[in-house]
Design a protein around this ligand. Structure first.
Ligand code: FAD
Length: 348
């Protein structure tokens, strides 16, 4: 097997290239993504065992529900049906989760105790190292498709039984007739919350209806808080400027939810790219002309955790012809009006 990438593993210009990504199984009523995310936990644990790296921080993931019977309640039912641990906390008991918390506007908090955070960059590096250990050849080059082949910058033509183009934000540019992706600039802010926010076991969090998410201070990066509204379009090759235009909006949310953080020092603002399909569902499908060429991606802000089970499903499809969900196919997609209404749930 040959793995080609224009960057080194974990490069911040790739969509996977952040230090942390949230890990959750809640997906509203969506059984397939829920089961896939649960399977991901086992597969990430396997990678941890093989690599000796601690990749999955099982600090829990808290959903701030604004309605008794909204997306979170649907998630609760789906999680229960799959035997995935989830606890409904009343608002009065939720402050025990964090050093500072305010929840008068909430109906309840849904806690996934086995949710949490994946050390994303480290995971990608561990994965590449394990692939090499198992015999994969890793080549650094920019590739372009030519029929069934991948052509590298030095004109080397790579052919194979299968060629998989899993190219994140660049996939649409490589296959403009087949793939429609919007690439947007998203911003992550890291605040100095002090030692209280570095205690282990503080859950990651998601406020789906208000499109906000974040984590406690993991690995001394600072408390992460971000807006999940879609940012401005950004070319896949454009510089990622580390600006903080969302700072006031994020601070306003911190004031309402985690008041002790409202004036916390901003340590860093970081940009990255979402690669979004019109309906926020993934892409995993053969090229329309070349059946041995596959296009995979469209992570749409929720793809990181699902990498290992997606690879597992693809391997089964390649070996045994197991069908993939039709919603991963190429072709027209019904646009969802926003990430809030997408059936895949929020980004993260
Ligand atoms: C700010 C932010 C927050 C997110 N939060 C979460 C979260 O909490 N939970 C979650 O599960 N997901 C989250 N996601 C989504 C998730 O990170 C992405 O969907 C996922 O990492 C995409 O992985 P990928 O391998 O498809 O793409 P990438 O990580 O972008 O990898 C594609 C690779 O292809 C290479 N490449 C592209 N074109 C070429 C070429 N022509 N030749 C050679 N190499 C090429 C690139 O260099 C890159 O390394 C988030 C994303 C962002 C940006």
């Amino acid at each position: 097997m040959t793995l080609v990438d224009q960057f080194d593993p974990g490069d911040p210009r790739a969509s996977s290239g952040g230090e942390t990504r949230l890990y959750r199984c809640a997906h509203g009523p969506d059984v397939d993504y829920t089961a896939m995310a649960r399977r991901a936990r086992t597969l990430w644990r396997e990678l941890e065992e093989e690599s000796g790296e601690e990749l999955l921080v099982e600090c829990g993931l808290a959903w701030f529900a604004h309605r008794e019977d909204g997306w979170e309640a649907e998630s609760e039912r789906t999680l229960a049906a799959h035997g995935i641990p989830a606890e409904r906390l009343d608002v009065a008991s939720a402050p025990s989760l964090y050093p500072s918390f305010r929840g008068e506007d909430l109906a309840f908090v849904l806690l996934e105790p086995e949710g949490g955070v994946i050390r994303a960059q480290r995971a990608v590096r561990a994965l590449a190292a394990q692939a090499a250990r198992h015999g994969a050849r890793i080549v650094r080059s920019r590739a372009r498709p030519d029929g069934t082949a991948a052509v590298l910058e030095d004109s080397t033509r790579l052919e194979g039984d299968l060629v998989v183009w899993a190219c994140g934000p660049w996939l649409g540019r490589l296959f403009p007739d087949l793939v429609s992706l919007s690439v947007t600039r998203q911003e992550l802010l890291f605040f100095d919350g002090g030692p209280a926010w570095r205690s282990p076991g503080l859950p990651g969090w998601c406020d789906y209806d208000h499109a906000r998410y974040g984590t406690a201070d993991i690995d001394a990066l600072g408390v992460k808080a971000a807006i999940d509204d879609l940012g401005p379009p950004l070319d896949p090759d454009a510089e990622l400027a580390d600006e903080a235009p969302t700072e006031q909006q994020v601070r306003a949310y911190l004031h309402d939810r985690f008041p002790a953080l409202e004036h916390a020092r901003l340590i860093e603002a970081r940009s990255c790219r979402y690669e979004l399909t019109p309906d926020s569902h993934f892409i995993a499908a053969p090229h329309t002309e070349y059946p041995t060429v596959w296009l995979v991606g469209g992570g749409s802000g929720h793809g990181f955790k699902q990498g290992p089970p997606m690879a597992e499903r693809l391997a089964q499809t390649f070996r045994e012809g197991t069908p993939l969900p039709p919603r991963f196919a190429l072709g027209e997609r019904q646009p969802s009006t926003s990430m809030r209404t997408a059936s895949s749930g929020p980004a993260t």
